[in-house]
Write a protein that binds this ligand. Structure first.
Ligand code: PEP
Ligand code: MG
Length: 608
């Protein structure tokens, strides 16, 4: 590990600042030491970069094209919104247009690029922040509230900046990203320059950003209120993703303790791992298939070494980040063929785009109050049918002589499956007419909405397999936003309702004789895996970095013991009771399997 410069911070009295500790929620394991980079923005996330004299001109060009694009977008929105009901909305967008036409505002931003050598994003933020601060002091309430329009305009310019060439994103090697919230697309972009860790105010274990962080083996913690106000760019930070701790400006003693832990974390131990083994059995001979959930397909090779037998869940919406919008049919064919070739006979299950309306191009136009309950996943596919059909066509063609299956996200009703089957048939007919080769992918449904659990006996009649998405299932069963830090304590994976739902779905698949794969984060937890096995799970699909730990558990427990555990928890009334029983049973029977885990206690597993 390269040496890290310790940043001394002096108080006004000349004393060195002592270390500060923050308690956080661990959302990705590992330890890292580095220097803070504060990340700002929501849709378009960015941080301060100092540009050189030579880069000023191109940065000005980026800004001007972004402003141009933003103006065009607003014009289009205003022109298309003609009906009476939308008059108020149009008024808002006209106000935005007015702000964007203000030459003095744009000149100020340009001057900030020229004089301060700020990247365009930072110049937009700092100038508009200044305006916003002034507006907030205005006494007149109506005028004061106009700061919201300014923020919206800033957001629109920043989003437009994202469409153009990116101003160089090269984080320093030891960067620790600190943000209120980090979008998965931002993490993918920043991931290319290998940050050390992430610290966020919002998000939970099952947030996509942190699922991705774990896939990237990037330590992460969340849940520190106001963290952006408490740290500054360049300050030294330790992130302890095992114990949920963040230490700002550590003293020498703390630093040397953590340097050792950080170095250990960098070296994954492959000891005792047989790379050829991909079939796992419990001690009493029940076979459990382990698959990988992959959002970054290039890492399948590594997942396979760990023991993955194919990809149980490929979240195709990650292509959306890469192409900054719906990828074309040809782009999709190429991407899917690439994954299918990598995976070979073990196969890949491609989930159709699980997007929310917010992630589509013009977000300012279509904000939803409850995106998780809104036009999302299969519902969005039904509305944006052209895109869903293009995706079906792409998957059909890519599956020619390849092992690819299709999964439909967020199914809440059998009719959605029937419609998807009709559309799929239409695309098959079309390809046949055009004499284009295509395969015959199996069709599965994600079970993650309570209504799907309640009609599961009807669903199994219409699909070839089930994928149990426990992340959303917990969210929707318990009405707890999986991304909202303030309700994280209500996100109880071991709630009796969750156990009952999982059991019911596995039973329905068993009765019908079709496979059911558990692909939520629950499957990747060594603590939960025995419960799933006891409930009848035969396929677990998980984050690549969970495979070694889960495989050790799968092969170290007997089905009978897992079944006995399920019998003990089945009559519990509360999540607490279930957790207690699981901890007790794990300690009595499987403590040896958890011996090398760095997590402080089994209790911390129970909270995931
Ligand atoms: C789930 O909901 O459990 C799941 C696997 O899908 P995602 O995490 O992408 O919503
Ligand atoms: Mg889901």
């Amino acid at each position: 590990m390269p040496p890290i410069k310790k940043n001394k911070k002096f108080t006004t009295k000349g004393e060195i600042n002592s270390e500060l500790r923050f308690n956080a929620r661990s959302v990705s394991r590992g330890v890292a030491i580095g220097n803070v980079i504060c990340l700002h923005g929501t849709k378009r996330q960015f941080y301060r970069i100092s540009i050189t004299n030579e880069e000023v001109e191109s940065e000005l060009m980026r800004l001007r094209s972004a402003v141009q694009l933003a103006r065009k977008q607003l014009k289009k929105i205003i022109l298309t919104k003609t009906d009476k009901a939308k008059e108020t909305k149009t008024g808002i967008f006209e106000a935005h247009q007015f702000i964007l036409e203000d030459k003095s505002l744009i000149t100020k931003i340009e001057n900030s690029i020229i004089n301060n050598k700020f990247n365009a994003e930072w110049a937009v933020k700092s100038v508009i922040d200044n305006y916003v601060a002034q507006y907030k002091t205005i006494e007149d309430e109506y005028l004061r509230e106009r700061y919201i329009d300014l923020e919206d305009v800033a957001e629109r310019i920043l989003a437009a900046l994202g469409g153009g060439r990116f101003s160089k994103v090269s984080l320093e090697k030891d960067a620790i990203i600190v943000a209120k919230e980090i979008r998965p697309s931002t993490l993918i972009e920043l991931g290319e320059t290998s940050p050390r860790a992430i610290v966020a105010e919002n998000g939970g274990w099952t947030s996509h950003t942190f699922i991705l962080a774990r896939e990237m083996n990037l330590p992460a913690v969340a849940g520190i209120k106001g963290i952006l106000r408490r740290v500054h760019n360049g300050e030294m930070l330790i992130v302890d993703g095992y114990n949920g701790q963040v230490i700002l400006n550590p003293n020498n003693e703390t630093l040397s303790k953590y340097q050792l832990a950080a170095a250990q974390f960098q070296q994954i131990s492959y000891e005792g791992i047989d790379e050829k083994v991909r079939q796992f059995k419990t001690l009493d001979g029940k076979e459990i298939i382990i698959r990988a959930n992959l959002d970054l397909p290039h890492i399948y090779k590594q997942a396979k070494k760990f023991g993955a037998q194919g990809i149980g869940l490929y979240r195709s919406e990650f292509l959306f980040n890469q192409y900054k919008g719906f990828p074309s049919e040809q782009e999709q064919i190429k991407a899917y063929q690439q994954i299918a070739r990598m995976v070979g006979q073990d196969g890949v299950r491609i989930r159709t785009f699980d997007l929310s309306v917010e992630q589509l191009a013009d977000e300012a136009e279509e904000k939803e109050k409850n995106p998780a309950l809104g036009l999302r996943a299969i519902r969005l596919g039904i509305i944006h049918r052209k895109e869903l059909r293009a995706q079906f066509r792409a998957i059909l063609q890519a599956s020619y002589q390849q092992n690819i299956d299709i999964v439909l996200p967020m199914i809440s009703d059998v009719s959605e499956i029937l419609l998807a089957k009709q559309l799929l048939q239409k695309e098959k007919d079309y390809l046949k007419r055009k004499k284009i080769n295509f395969g015959n992918p199996k069709l599965g449904a994600m079970i993650e909405v309570p209504s799907a659990v309640l009609v599961i006996d009807k669903i199994v009649e219409e699909v070839d397999f089930l994928c149990l998405g426990t992340n959303d299932l917990v969210q929707y069963l318990l009405a707890v936003d999986r991304d909202n830090e303030s309700v994280a304590d209500w996100f109880r994976t071991l709630h009796p309702a969750v156990i009952t739902a999982v059991k019911r779905v596995l039973q329905a698949a068993e009765n019908k004789g079709i496979p059911a794969v558990i692909c939520g984060e629950m499957a990747g937890s060594p603590f939960y895996a025995p419960i799933l096995i006891g409930l009848g799970a035969k396929e677990l699909s998980m984050n690549m970095h969970s495979i070694l730990r889960v495989r050790k558990i799968v092969t170290g427990v007997a089905f009978e013991e897992a079944y006995n555990l399920v019998k003990k928890i089945e009559n519990c009334r509360t999540s607490d009771e279930v957790e207690e029983k699981v901890i007790e049973h794990t300690q009595q029977n499987w403590a040896h399997l958890f011996q090398n885990e760095i997590f402080p206690s089994l209790k911390s597993y129970a909270k995931k």
